[in-house]
Design a protein around this ligand. Structure first.
Ligand SMILES: Cc1ncc(C[n+]2csc(CCOP(=O)(O)OP(=O)(O)O)c2C)c(N)n1
Ligand code: SF4
Length: 295
């Protein structure tokens, strides 16, 4: 299927003006690009920035049916919706739209059950690397060295590999995508929408408020994450990993942009020492080495 991102312009705007997102919010770009690609979406949202940017009652900026649900309940609520709609013969696309806190940590048990049952859901995780809504606490997605309100000296541990945990569930489709490459993101969402069962899309979504970065460079940070090898782009279809055309060349460390260029544009990394930067480079290479084994 050939997906053209320009068709977004012909579709209803899923994220209306006057929403409460911060300037340069990567999550709002991810949301608009992803949800626009879907036919008749119903979106289930656990507690996160996406619950907040919807605006205050009686106004609402999310222009699709949306269920706000308790943090850990997203995939179980979505399972019920998907099954009920199927019983009634109604064709919808049931979506979980969760932050990394809701996916890597607090909602893990719920989505693991739904993935094991292969429920007919597309699970999006917009990954801004921490719990931004409650003031930037560390999550399992926070990279080593990043300052958060609960790691004031920089996080000591490396980031969890959520896609490899998801892959262990043998679900039919997994993809990584970035707001720095919106065409690639849009095409992956379109593709996911043609597949039945539990599908997972992890989207790198910079958060200028918590990353202490310039809101004007949010898409550039998305690109740099790919070009430095920090955020590899790939799909895993029925267990087989394929690196995406946009990011494939960065599997060779020689082709990568120096990581320092990415780190220096975010004040959350300002306390990192040269030896910690070496550690993060090792973390990045470790993840690539593990991914290559799934090819
Ligand atoms: C069980 C439970 N624990 C904690 C909270 C408080 N809480 C609400 S949103 C949130 C952070 C969500 O983080 P994430 O999923 O990464 O999304 P983001 O805020 O970054 O968009 C927390 C801790 C809650 N609502 N429920
Ligand atoms: S705190 Fe970050 S993720 Fe949340 S709305 Fe602001 S920029 Fe977006």
């Amino acid at each position: 299927m050939k997906a053209k991102i320009t068709e977004m312009m012909e579709r209803p705007n899923v994220l209306l003006r006057g929403n409460f997102a911060c300037a340069g919010c990567g999550l709002s770009i991810a949301y608009r690009t992803s949800i626009s690609a879907l036919d008749r979406p119903i979106v289930v949202i656990p507690a996160c920035c996406s619950s907040v940017i919807q605006s205050l009652h009686p106004n609402v900026a999310f222009n699709v049916p949306t269920l706000n649900i308790a943090f850990a309940a997203h995939a179980s609520a979505a399972s019920g919706i998907a099954r009920a709609k199927k019983m009634r013969g109604e064709e919808v696309t049931t979506v979980v739209w969760s932050g990394d806190g809701g996916t890597y940590d607090i909602g893990l048990a719920t989505w693991s059950g739904a993935a094991e049952r292969n429920e007919n859901i597309i699970h999006f995780c917009y990954d801004n690397n921490f719990y931004s809504n409650t003031g930037a606490q560390r999550s399992g997605a926070t990279p080593r060295g990043a300052v958060t309100t609960t790691t004031p000296e920089g996080k000591k541990e490396k980031r969890k590999s959520i896609t490899r945990i998801m892959a262990a569930h043998d679900i039919p489709y997994i993809a990584t995508a970035s707001i720095g490459y919106p065409r690639d993101l849009y095409a992956k969402v379109k593709k996911a929408s043609t597949i039945e069962g539990y599908r997972f899309i992890l989207i790198d979504a910079p958060c200028p408020t918590g990353w202490l970065s310039d809101p004007a460079i949010t898409p550039e940070l998305g690109e740099l994450a790919v070009k430095t090898g920090y955020f590899p782009l790939y799909e895993i279809e029925n267990g087989n990993l394929i690196f995406s055309r946009k990011g494939e060349k960065y599997r060779d460390p020689e082709n990568r942009v120096p990581l320092e260029e990415y780190l220096s544009k975010q004040n959350r990394f300002k306390k990192m020492t040269p030896s910690q930067i070496v550690e993060v480079k090792k973390d990045i290479q470790h993840e690539w080495d593990q991914l290559v084994r799934l090819e």
